[in-house]
Write a protein that binds this ligand. Structure first.
Ligand SMILES: NC(=O)c1ccc[n+]([C@@H]2O[C@H](COP(=O)([O-])OP(=O)(O)OC[C@H]3O[C@@H](n4cnc5c(N)ncnc54)[C@H](O)[C@@H]3O)[C@@H](O)[C@H]2O)c1
Length: 317
């Protein structure tokens, strides 16, 4: 099966591509290699992480907002299904450039939904985010109201869900949105806490701990995200949204202690107030996705160790 993965050189996209190839599918990786974080890491995911799979995937470099380019991809590569992950990610950065977030995440997604209808795509699975729950009281469930996002990023993800619902309703395009809860693991994103903390602890520099450490997350290991995404890709649901998160609420301080153990060095913690747009606790109710037979299996001590091992090797520290 040919599967278009937008954001295919990204953290989650490249991991999904590998899993698809391991089961004999052909991913089409579409990515614009933008510089939101070091594009070399994206190039290396393709060249190194997916290096052993030459000839088993197609790489298309371009922008999901470019109508002519994306039309060409659908015409020439004829994907049967789509995993749409390309987006401007990151809550804090969205406060600095809300127009870019709206443009890429809303316009770009609408373009892909439109092309998916036109080219008879059988299932459109896309990334939403736990951040759309805003200031709701955890644990977060898909039946909760998510009408009050508190960052431009979260608002674009909500808009993505609305647009997907619209296309499912009018054109019967099967769509499922996955509300990802703090994903971590090897080849992860430099703008996220695990990467930053690990880097600074190795370098003996301070780490900024927001809300004075009083935060908790359902951290989700990337392999669990991949297995959940493929579960939904195979399920071809008519129109749905689902939480995908780890099954344990971990405090930020436990998370930091685990990194310290793996790095073998104590962190210099700089306790900071809450950041605008940020959320104190994101805890997922994952019963719905469990209902499809999925479950998360990786605990943070194993997941963080895998990340730190990768980090040591990749950055030669
Ligand atoms: N990682 C997480 O914890 C997390 C949590 C919630 C939601 N998500 C969502 O999951 C998806 C994947 O996240 P990720 O962590 O792999 O991020 P990532 O930034 O590593 O991957 C996104 C990829 O999309 C590409 N991209 C961005 N804009 C593009 C455009 N206009 N055209 C083509 N390609 C473009 C980027 O170059 C990047 O390689 C995103 O939609 C993100 O919002 C991630």
């Amino acid at each position: 099966m040919k599967v278009l993965i937008t954001g295919g050189a990204g953290f989650i996209g490249s991991a999904c591509a590998k899993a698809l190839m391991n089961r004999g599918d052909t991913p089409i990786l579409l990515d614009n290699f933008n510089d939101y974080y070091d594009p070399q890491l994206k190039r290396d995911r393709v060249a190194q992480f997916l290096g052993g799979y030459k000839g088993q995937f197609i790489l298309r470099e371009g922008d999901i907002r470019d109508a002519a380019f994306t039309e060409r991809v659908f015409e020439e590569d004829q994907p049967e299904k789509v995993i749409h992950l390309a987006a401007m990610a990151g809550v804090r950065n969205s406060l600095k450039d809300p127009l870019l977030y709206a443009d890429v995440n809303v316009l770009g997604t609408t373009n892909l939904l439109n092309l998916s209808v036109k080219h008879g795509v059988k299932n459109f699975v896309y990334a939403s985010s736990s951040s759309i729950y805003g200031k709701n009281t955890p644990p977060f469930s898909e039946t909760d109201s998510v009408d009050t996002p508190i960052s431009p990023y979260a608002a674009t993800k909500k808009a993505t869900e609305l647009m997907a619902h619209t296309f499912s309703h009018i054109y019967q395009l099967p769509t499922t949105g996955l509300r990802f809860f703090t994903v971590y693991g090897p080849w992860g994103r430099p703008d996220m806490a695990l990467f930053n903390f690990t880097k600074n602890i190795f370098a003996g520099q301070e780490i900024e701990v927001y809300n004075f450490g009083n935060m908790s997350r359902n951290f989700t290991y990337v392999d669990d995200i991949v297995s959940g995404t493929l579960t939904v890709l195979d399920a071809d649901l008519p129109c749905d949204v689902m939480n995908i998160g780890g099954d344990r609420e971990e405090t930020l301080l436990t998370f930091i202690e685990t990194i310290e153990t793996c790095v073998g060095k104590a962190a210099k913690k700089k306790l900071m107030p809450m950041q605008p747009g940020d959320v104190v606790s994101t805890v997922a109710n994952i019963d719905k996705l469990r209902g499809l037979g999925w479950q998360p299996t990786t605990r943070i001590d194993v997941g963080i160790r895998n990340f730190v091992e990768w980090y040591r090797g990749y950055y030669k520290v």
